[in-house]
Design a binder for this molecule. Structure first.
Ligand code: ZN
Length: 340
């Protein structure tokens, strides 16, 4: 089944076969439009994959959409969250309240949810401002780039690890750890119906945000992880993909190869850019020279902050591959190409 992305208003809850339904849940004020929440049938009540943004309209769409398909939100057995982002985990808590469902997510994202719930909003804003300064953002831009904090997601009742089967009686739904977009992102392989719920990891037309936070960390490599995770998905073969945004599409392996290629090209352009510069560059300078979906000057401050996260992730991968290096002992941190 192929449905191009259309506005939320044109989306409908539907039976997508194999004992799976999809319910589009709006993300108010976001150009992505909607999250596709999936319900997987079982004799003990449906299990949801993701839950949608925490907003009354979204709740209306989720509970009403399930109702239109003959499913009752109060009968939901569990919610598996592909990753902790608010357009996926947002309503999981409310589903649990009305149904007594469990909430499950990968242990790495569960740890982040715990951290987010513990941090005061002020402390989080200070940390963000500090990170922007260390990346070389000018102070006025940095002040505007500090984002608003969404309602923290509900704490999960269960954690999943790579290879775990989800508690879904009579069916086989297996977690595949695909870090990159978040450290605990999972795809879910419905082995009895040969399809893969891809969350945000593999989308048919767009690619997910992969950033590193704080920007100047050198102990992790999220983009390297993401590329490895694309290979993992590719190894499953040409399964039908059920993503959390846009539309259902065939041959997840082919799309994974495309996305990998996209990032490899971006990495090579970035390496060449550094190689042409006599002076090391800050993360902010690098971000301002890369190609985004609109000119750098026109990006809203919060989007500049995300672009810098993405630039930093690409720099970190090049560094991990031994192609570039950071200048130590200076602030803001700067990167330069190594002779190859
Ligand atoms: Zn996401």
């Amino acid at each position: 089944m192929k449905t191009r992305r259309r506005p939320y208003a044109e989306q409908r809850p539907q039976d997508v076969g194999g004992g799976v339904w999809s319910v589009p849940v709006p993300i108010p004020g976001n150009p992505l439009g909607y999250t596709l929440v999936y319900a997987v049938e079982s004799p003990k009540g449906p299990v949801l994959i993701d839950a949608g943004w925490n907003h009354p309209d979204a709740w209306e769409a989720l509970s009403g959409g399930l109702g239109a398909l003959g499913l009752d939100v109060s009968a939901v057995r569990g919610v598996v969250v592909t990753h902790f982002h608010p357009d996926h985990a947002g309503l999981a808590g409310q589903v649990r309240e009305v149904s007594g469902a469990w909430i499950a997510m990968h242990e790495a994202d569960a740890a982040l949810v715990r951290m987010i719930n513990e941090y005061e909003a002020d402390a989080q804003a200070d940390m963000q401002a500090d990170m922007l300064r260390r990346a070389g953002a000018d102070p006025a831009e940095a002040a505007q780039a500090v984002g608003e904090r969404p309602v923290p997601p509900a704490q999960p009742d269960r954690v999943l690890r790579d290879g775990d089967l989800v508690d879904l009686p009579g069916r086989k739904l297996r977690a595949l750890h695909t870090p990159g977009h978040t450290p605990g992102h999972i795809c879910l392989h419905l082995e009895d119906a040969d399809r893969l719920f891809t969350g945000d990891h593999v989308l048919p037309d767009i690619t997910p945000h992969v950033g590193i936070y704080p920007y100047d960390r050198d102990d992790i490599d999220p983009l390297g992880d993401f590329l490895d995770s694309l290979d993992r998905v590719g190894d499953l073969g040409p399964l039908d993909a059920l993503p959390a945004h846009e539309w259902i599409f065939p041959d997840v392996a082919a799309r994974a190869v495309q996305i990998r290629h996209h990032h490899e090209e971006k990495l090579e352009r970035l390496r060449a850019l550094l190689a042409q510069r006599p002076q090391p560059l800050t993360i902010w300078e690098v971000a301002s020279m890369m190609t985004w979906n609109r000119p750098w000057e026109d990006l809203a401050p919060v989007l500049k902050g995300m672009a810098a996260g993405e630039a930093a992730a690409h720099l970190r991968t090049l560094e991990a591959r031994g192609l570039i290096s950071r200048v130590t002992g200076v602030e803001p941190v700067r990167f330069h190409a190594l002779d190859s």
